[in-house]
Design a protein around this ligand. Structure first.
Ligand code: SF4
Length: 690
């Protein structure tokens, strides 16, 4: 009889990093279940995690490296693939300079900080290119920077202990089911719940208040709430007086944003704005859970996040139970060598906050500028790209333009678990290992939970010739003569090097702490012990001198969406409906997992959500195929006529190759500070397919 073996590891089918017990027989996974003692999931797995076996053993997986010859794919060995890539990268550097290489990674790779991203960043530093991009070009980077600009640290909402929770453009039942359970537990204990979303998501139906905001106007709504809080003296005067700068200027700034004025902008009734502001401000231990990118992908994305940060501050909900918290970090060895990069990234001057704050390096490029750079060669040519764990042709805006832009490259390598639209364009495709096929550190503080908990993701099996994303950079470094900067034999040695200052080791994590370890704690009021916040003033910077010096509005300012009935009335004549996109679905992750049968059953096809009033206006019935068109192009998909969306708005899911909504969107930066595109509020027309 075969022996059953148990390996404790962490799921990576989203960023939550849930603990997973994996049972193997004869080296094959036969069962997966949640680890009961793991704080992220407490023994549960969501449908994605539960579908792990189908995902890992999918017949669609890439099994070996391939090279394109005369438009046809040919199997090659890893040695040939790595030698070819190494030689090409050295040639590009010699002919065009190091900056002619750009690397772009997707969300799953992004969260494999150690060793994955850290090895990648070190490789790029040694090579000498500043052109590193990730999915953050259109995700939650603006929020992280805005919070740091305001508090000096990135802080995270702590709903478990909250007495009032605002879910702002966030639908954790679809995007983050473990967090949804945390919220449900808080509500059971009596927490009040406010949902702000143009869609009546399931959670909104049970909320104390639902504010159905016009897409793209959240910043105005936040300013309206601040108006109520300031004018009715609902702020925490003690905290504001002792620990903030610029409150007086804020008070003046929000005066015009009366609930009545804000109702005209946001379509949220004035009285509902008042009720939401009062409920939030008068409940100590309140937290705003901002969706992953619901506010970010708007013309006021960065300033919306600043407004949210200020709401938390003026109500005294910083470093208190149930408010925003900053857990203690783990001490790890730094991996970057930024001093080796001598050139500027392609948009460094346009988006300075993406690169550094107060001398603290970030070094993340804004990928939306890649389109025109690839097409025009300005400010300088990018000749080669490596894309890891990402399918930008489906998940990034303006797919047609991006296809043309990627076509200009001399050399494209894509590393992916499955063949994808982007991988089809590549010169070389590398088979990526899933989370069952690599060793990584999983720190759920940096995931969505804000809990200082560290676990080692274990290598459970080897699938065909699939390789770990981190190994690519180690192997290329060896072949390109960078050995002195990469003295490690394998990624395990890298993990030990990284862990050294923490006093932990990979062996310990594997053998003594297989389910993980709580390495720190959440301490409240830490700013008092530290003598202030990590900002230049030592206080929460409501009015930001740094923003002013950079030429930005020092207080959060609302900007109307780039396309809207107000900003572009002429365009509205032809495209009268607001298009919003990017809402999450439980059965997939952006462009991934639609080929997994169990998950496809949950979401069989893309559906455009449209309100009955809007549907009637355009003669559309539930289930009929409709055509949605913007200035950029058109797609066809079925309509789902539902009361659960604001009239005048159509919600189209992303990531579907059969109805790619990104044919309709565009990459033009809507938010001048972060450069993010405005995927949450564009204009379109809808009509029944003849
Ligand atoms: Fe995996 Fe995310 Fe589901 Fe947890 S919530 S089981 S990490 S997909």
């Amino acid at each position: 009889m075969s022996q059953r073996q148990l390996v404790k590891t962490a799921c990576q089918l989203c960023v939550a990093g849930c603990g997973m017990n994996v049972y193997l027989e004869d080296g094959k996974i036969v069962k997966v279940e949640g680890i009961p003692e793991h704080p992220a999931n407490l023994g549960r797995l969501c449908p994605k995690g539960a579908a792990t076996i189908q995902y890992v053993y999918s017949k669609d997986r890439l099994k070996y490296p391939m090279k394109k010859v005369n438009g046809q794919w040919h199997r090659i060995s890893w040695d040939e693939a790595l030698d070819t890539i190494a030689a090409k990268l050295l040639e590009v550097k010699e002919k065009h300079g190091a900056r002619a290489l750009a690397v772009c990674i997707g969300g799953i790779v992004l969260y494999s900080v150690f060793p994955g991203v850290s090895l990648l960043r070190r490789f790029l530093d040694v090579y000498g290119t500043p052109n590193y991009f990730s999915v953050d070009s259109m995700c939650f980077r603006p929020r992280m920077i805005a919070y740091v600009m305001t508090y000096g640290n990135f802080s995270i909402g702590n709903p478990e202990d909250a007495k009032c929770i605002i879910l702002w453009a966030s639908n954790p039942r679809a995007s983050d089911p473990m967090r949804a359970r945390e919220i449900e537990r808080a509500v059971k204990k009596g927490a009040k719940l406010i949902v702000i979303d143009p869609r009546r998501i399931t959670t909104a139906k049970k909320a104390d208040l639902h504010l159905q905001v016009r897409p793209g106007t959240d910043c105005a709504l936040a300013l309206g709430m601040l108006n109520v809080i300031v004018s009715e003296n609902l702020y925490d005067a003690e905290f504001v007086n002792n620990w903030t700068t610029g409150f007086d200027k804020l008070a003046e700034h929000v005066k015009p944003f009366t609930p009545e004025e804000v109702e005209k902008i946001t379509w949220v009734p004035a009285e509902t704005i008042r009720r939401a502001a009062r409920l939030y401000a008068t409940t100590k231990g309140a937290t705003i859970l901002q969706g992953t990118n619901g506010l970010d992908q708007t013309t006021s994305g960065f300033q919306s996040a600043r407004a949210v940060a200020i709401l938390q501050a003026v109500t005294g909900n910083i470093d208190v139970p149930g408010g925003f918290v900053t857990p203690s970090g783990l001490r790890l060895s730094p991996m970057r060598l930024p001093e080796m990069v001598k050139e500027k990234a392609i948009a460094e001057e346009r988006y300075p906050l993406a690169y550094q704050i107060w001398g603290r390096p970030i070094g993340e490029g804004q990928g939306m500028v890649l389109y025109d750079t690839l097409l025009t060669g300005e400010p300088y040519p990018i000749k080669a790209m490596i894309i890891q764990g990402s399918n930008p042709l489906l998940s990034w805006p303006n797919s047609n333009k991006l296809r043309e832009a990627l076509g200009k490259l001399d050399f494209l390598v894509v590393m992916s678990v499955f063949m994808s639209e982007t991988a089809e364009l590549a010169d070389i495709v590398l088979p990526a290992g899933t989370f069952m096929e690599k060793e990584e550190l999983v720190d759920i503080y940096w995931g969505t939970f804000g809990i200082p908990y560290l676990m080692l993701r274990k290598k459970v099996l080897q699938f065909e010739e699939a390789g770990a994303d981190a190994e690519l950079w180690l192997e290329l470094a060896k072949r390109m003569g960078y050995g002195e900067y990469f003295p490690w034999k394998d990624t395990g040695e890298v993990i030990d090097y990284v862990l050294e200052p923490s006093g932990l080791s990979m062996k310990q994590l594997k053998e003594e702490m297989p389910s993980g370890v709580m390495y720190g704690s959440i301490q409240y009021g830490r700013y008092k012990d530290r003598g202030g916040f990590r900002t230049p003033s030592g206080k929460v910077e409501i009015y930001s001198e740094t923003m002013k010096d950079l030429g930005y509005d020092p207080l959060p300012t609302y900007r109307e969406p780039i396309e809207s009935p107000i900003s572009t009335p002429e365009l509205t004549k032809d495209y009268p409906v607001i298009l919003t996109t990017g809402a999450r679905m439980l059965g997939n992750l952006h462009s991934q997992l639609r080929n997994i049968p169990k998950l496809r059953k949950l979401v069989p096809e893309p559906l455009a959500e449209i309100h009955p009033d809007t549907a009637r206006k355009y003669g559309i019935n539930d289930g009929e195929t409709i055509i949605i068109e913007t200035k950029r192009g058109s797609i066809e998909l079925k309509a789902r006529v539902t009361e659960d969306i604001l009239p005048g708005v159509v919600n189209v899911p992303h990531g579907w190759s059969e109805a790619n909504v990104n044919v309709l969107t565009f990459e033009q930066p809507g938010d001048p500070i972060s450069g993010l595109p405005t995927l949450k509020a564009l204009l379109c027309s809808v009509r029944k397919k003849p």
